[in-house]
Design a protein around this ligand. Structure first.
Ligand code: BJW
Ligand code: ZN
Length: 242
């Protein structure tokens, strides 16, 4: 399943960077974005995850986020998340870059996490940017800040900039990585999708783990087709036993 070259590169590696996407949480029961299961009430994520949609219909967008928040509160990290915690402990310089907003890497125990698209459990005011943790509201009364502004989930929507510091650190990590993993992401959403490309350009051995081929499969050094919850624990064992 794993090439000898991958194991050799990992044995020698000092710096390892991992990019994860919705696929790593799929085995915990969190739906991915693209494909049939990404649909919620027949809306595509692009129709909901953008600022204009929120301003036009905040109730609808909040309904989607509340639905997802409730689901996420009920799920647990899976063997893929836990294997990444163990892999983190094997390398001097490791970072986990995630596009996910579901907090499952933190719950599993990963330490150096760069959240590119925010966190669904945080909120902020659209006008003054004040941060709010847990907010309680019913469907009729949308949450508002003391300044009167609407409160929104603190996530990154289409057309919005990613957090500057997180993005800079993520590209720096891709640049210096000896081995770079792209796991459970369709690799179509920019700028996250440029990270494996940047890592390869800078000389890393780039490995993709995905349930099916993606747009970067032919570009990476090694593509492993399968579920991350199965592949990652096996990879961890192989690194330890080899
Ligand atoms: C498994 C599995 C198992 C399943 N095991 N695998 C340059 C070129 C073209 C476009 C752009 C560009 N620069 C910017 C853009 C526009 C846009 C973009 O990229 N659009 C493309 C879609 C065309 N990007 C942006 O707008 C970004 N902003 C930005 O760049 O600002 C500057 C700028 C603005 C405007 C113009 C130019 C510059 C922001 C992107 C924010 C994305 N936000 C979302 C929502 C976050 C909040 C929330 O969760 O509600 O982030 S959209 C959604 O997609 C979410 C995800 O993090 C993201 C990526 O999805 P992901 O994780 O890859 O999930 P899926 O579902 O696509 O794939 C799952 C994969 O798992 C599949 O491959 C399965 O096979 C696999 N799988 N089970 C292993 N068990
Ligand atoms: Zn405010």
């Amino acid at each position: 399943m794993f090439s000898d070259l991958l194991i050799k590169r990992l044995k020698k590696a000092k710096t390892v960077a991992v990019l994860t996407g919705a696929g790593i949480s799929a085995e915990s029961g969190v739906p991915t974005f693209r494909g049939e299961q990404g649909l919620w009430k027949k809306f595509r994520p692009e129709q909901l995850a953008n600022f204009n949609a929120f301003i036009e219909n905040p109730k609808l967008v909040w309904e989607w986020y509340n639905f997802r928040k409730n689901l996420i509160r009920q799920v647990k990290p899976n063997p893929g998340h836990y294997a990444l915690v163990k892999i983190e402990n094997l390398f001097t310089d490791f970072c986990l870059i995630t596009q996910n907003v579901d907090n499952l890497h933190r719950l599993a125990g990963s330490r150096r996490i760069y959240e590119l698209h925010g966190n669904i459990m945080r909120n902020r005011c659209v006008d003054c940017n004040k941060q709010f943790d847990e907010i309680l509201f019913d469907d009729e009364n949308l949450p508002r800040c003391d300044c009167g502004g609407l409160i929104r989930p603190d996530v990154v929507w289409y057309g919005e900039s990613l957090p500057d510091d997180v993005l800079t650190k993520s590209f720096a990590a891709a640049d210096k990585s000896d081995v770079f993993f792209s796991i459970g992401t369709s690799a179509v959403v920019q700028p996250a999708a440029s990270l494996p490309v940047e890592a390869k350009r800078a000389g890393a051995y780039v490995v993709e783990i995905n349930f099916e081929p993606t747009v970067i499969t032919n570009y990476v050094d090694e593509s492993i087709i399968g579920k991350s919850g199965k592949i990652l624990p096996e990879l961890m064992k192989r690194i330890l036993n080899d």
